[in-house]
Design a protein around this ligand. Sequence first.
Ligand code: GAR
Length: 206
Amino acid sequence: MALALGVLISGRGSNLVAILDAIQEGRLDAVVKIVITNKEKAGGLELAKERGIKTEFIDPKPFAQENNRREAYDLAVGNMLQEHGVECVVLAGYMRIVTPALIRMFPSKMVNIHPSLLPSFPGLDAQKQALEWGAKVSGCSVHFVTEGVDEGPIICQKSVVINEQDTVETLSGRILEQEHQLYPQALQLMAQKRLQVEGRTVKILQ
Ligand code: GAR
């Protein structure tokens, strides 16, 4: 049975498209049940719609008055994902910190992609951080989502060499190319039930 994915995005959605391409080309045994965004204008929404994928904008504003507004928002997101039969939640350029309320609804079934070799350069502007640090190598990581930001067990990583001439744009572009390969591969391992988490380590079953 194809793995039922729910994808959360905030922006242009190129990783979402890479995932949809991999499904279409038979490299990923999955189906995207719904794409949810916190940003009404996220470019990825149109790309998903063009491919006939259901999309939903959940506006954070109405939740702003509630004491636990982030949890309340995440519960709304989680309920929508569950209503659509989502088994695995894929964060693809989703620029909100997810709360335990949502993580608990999908235990060991929520993944994220980050544009650095974690644990180096977590958080925002990872490519800029790598350049400013003077790192010679960076890359991207796919990891399970846990309560600490960008801290969950790492599923797979790909390195990218940094050149002296690199700018944030050129480095980001080369990392993004690798992201587009890596994310579908990680999700295919999940679809094949080949990921086994032991503490911080993710074992890949043969
Ligand atoms: C990607 O580079 C992704 O790794 C990054 O945002 C970009 C989204 O691009 N995510 C993070 O920085 C999360 N901390 P996309 O919308 O084209 O997939």
